[in-house]
Design a protein around this ligand. Structure first.
Ligand code: HEC
Ligand code: HEC
Ligand code: HEC
Ligand code: HEC
Length: 432
């Protein structure tokens, strides 16, 4: 009886396997992102801290031995937010050693400036992709827009996206001369091409939690979206509009894993998702451990950072961000006194809290903090007058900008500070 059952079971299993082979395909994707220059496990976490690049290397090698057809990708921000160049160079070395299939370019890849990006990151063997980043002068792409990886007779297309919002945290001079295409522009240009050349497409999206949702809402049926920029981890994948969003967390604590089942036409049938915590029982990869041993934890531990206050939720961004699309308005504004309102303050008054609400942008509202942290928000810039949603920077056509009214001027042009103020005549003087 038992043997009959066993034979039946074996038969059942083998027909299932056979069916899978002829009718469908299986694909495993491993994903990381927002490593943020973290070489070591989380420094500030109590007990058994998870993470660390040496454990990551061991775990990826183990999974690859089990399944040689794995695709390994990263959604961007491998470098630190604080810009520790020594640690960041080591992170790059480890990424080269691990051997990724595609690494999306995040804003933090410019933390040491554009010249570092071009001279070191682009010159490394890390397979950078971005359909969004262009040289402002020539329009040339800064990296390949997508890549195609052949696994088990399947062609997997991997396309990288980032948007202008992602660059808000970075000093503007770090990425000057770079134009960030809108999402519509990047997708119109490259999505049909990558779809035509591959059987299945994965999007690496450095758009942040909200940006990923917008993407999934606006474009049905993109498929798998691997999120980045905001360092949240997806305990459960988010399903919107035929799209599935997953996120690997921050500081290199996890490796994300997706096991996909595709039908014979390469459409997604089902999947399982998990986040593998890099716990202390995973041995360190000796080669990686040797590479990074001289980098101190304080330069390269997991950085659980607090973002500068955006208490009011209102966007305050450098004028240069707006100028990327509104070049004419920017040149006109640059000639006006608003663009020099901060410099008009005598040096000893530039830290004076009584002057900052009107001579800088968004002081006390989540904008200007001080000359060291937010030099790009001094002066009365575009966002001091225009109330713009973050979304406008990446999806302008999805986010209208309301008209600026007289009330807006009167916040600063008070009767005592600006006794001559008359809306009509003052408006004429700032026309742009
Ligand atoms: C990625 C390109 C892009 C960026 C960056 C951008 N805008 Fe816009 N903006 C547009 C487009 C395109 C429109 C027109 C949208 C439409 O027609 O629906 C627009 C419309 C506007 C309008 C309304 C103009 C009108 O004719 O109705 C204002 C005001 C504006 N933007 C201000 C800003 C400010 C301030 C910033 C910076 C915080 C900014 N924009 C950043 C592309 C951009
Ligand atoms: C309530 C908003 C407000 C505050 C607070 C404020 N200012 Fe002003 N300030 C203005 C406005 C508006 C103007 C332009 C007035 C005009 O031209 O009609 C101005 C003009 C000036 C100018 C003239 C610049 C020039 O080019 O002639 C100086 C200097 C100045 N402010 C210094 C200060 C100092 C110093 C403080 C802090 C002690 C301060 N302001 C606080 C709104 C303010
Ligand atoms: C001092 C306040 C102020 C500042 C600073 C300012 N604007 Fe404006 N802007 C206005 C007003 C007022 C209008 C006209 C009313 C409206 O369209 O809201 C306007 C209009 C615009 C328009 C629409 C023009 C059109 O043809 O309809 C754009 C685009 C724009 N601004 C972009 C910018 C950009 C980009 C910057 C920074 C480089 C900037 N503005 C800085 C107040 C300002
Ligand atoms: C965040 C505060 C702030 C807002 C909002 C603001 N201004 Fe101003 N404005 C200033 C300050 C400060 C100066 C003085 C700059 C200087 O002289 O260096 C100034 C100067 C000016 C000047 C130049 C005056 C001159 O003597 O040449 C004009 C014109 C002007 N503002 C118009 C406007 C209009 C119109 C609006 C509304 C659409 C507006 N401003 C909104 C702070 C502001």
């Amino acid at each position: 009886m038992l043997s009959v059952l066993l034979t039946l079971l074996t038969l059942l299993t083998s027909t299932r396997l056979l069916a899978l082979h002829t009718d469908g395909h299986e694909l495993t994707i491993l994903f990381t992102g927002s490593t943020d220059g973290a070489i070591w496990p989380c420094e500030s976490c109590a007990l058994d801290p998870i993470g660390g690049l040496a454990r990551r290397a061991t775990e990826i090698a183990r999974l690859r031995r089990q399944n040689p057809g794995i695709v390994l990708v990263d959604s961007g921000d491998l470098l630190s937010a604080r810009g520790h160049v020594r640690g960041d160079r080591k992170v790059m070395q480890v990424y080269e050693h691990i051997g990724y299939d595609a690494v999306n370019v995040g804003d933090q890849e410019f933390v040491h400036g554009r010249s570092f990006f071009q001279a070191e990151l682009s010159e490394s063997t890390i397979p950078l992709i971005s359909a969004s980043l262009l040289c402002a002068d020539t329009g040339a792409l800064l990296a390949s827009p997508y890549t195609i990886k052949n696994v088990e007779n399947m062609r997997i297309g991997i396309l990288g996206l980032v948007d202008a919002q992602a660059f808000l945290m970075l000093r503007p001079d770090n990425h000057s001369g770079i134009r960030v295409a809108t999402i519509t522009e990047a997708l119109n240009r490259f999505l049909p091409e990558v779809r035509a050349r591959s059987d299945f497409v994965i999007i690496l999206s450095h758009l942040g939690v909200d940006g990923d949702r917008d993407l999934a809402e606006v474009i049905p049926g993109l498929g798998i979206i691997i999120g980045g920029h905001s360092g949240w981890a997806s305990v459960e994948p988010v399903n919107i509009n035929g799209n599935t969003i997953v996120r690997p967390g921050q500081g290199g604590e996890y490796i994300g894993r997706l096991d996909l089942r595709l039908d014979s036409a390469y459409s997604l049938e089902s999947f399982t998702h998990s986040l593998i915590p890099l716990t202390g029982d995973i041995p360190e990869d000796p080669a990686v451990a040797a590479m990074v041993e001289d980098v101190p934890v304080w330069e390269a531990g997991s950085q659980k950072q607090v973002m500068p206050s955006t208490a009011t939720g209102r966007l305050f961004s450098p004028s240069a961000h707006c100028g990327a699309c509104h070049g004419d308005a920017l040149s006109v504004w640059q000639q006006q006194k608003h663009a020099r309102a901060f410099d008009a303050l005598p040096p000893e008054r530039q830290g004076n809290l009584g002057c900052l609400p009107c001579h800088a942008s968004g002081w006390g509202q989540g904008g200007y903090i001080d000359a060291e942290r937010t030099p790009h928000l001094s002066n009365v810039n575009c966002t001091a007058c225009h109330v713009v949603e973050r979304k406008h920077l990446s999806w302008p056509e999805q986010s209208a900008v309301p008209e600026v009214t007289e009330d807006n001027c009167l916040r600063c042009h008070t009767a005592s500070r600006s006794p001559q103020f008359d809306f009509r005549t003052y408006l004429e003087q700032i026309e742009h």
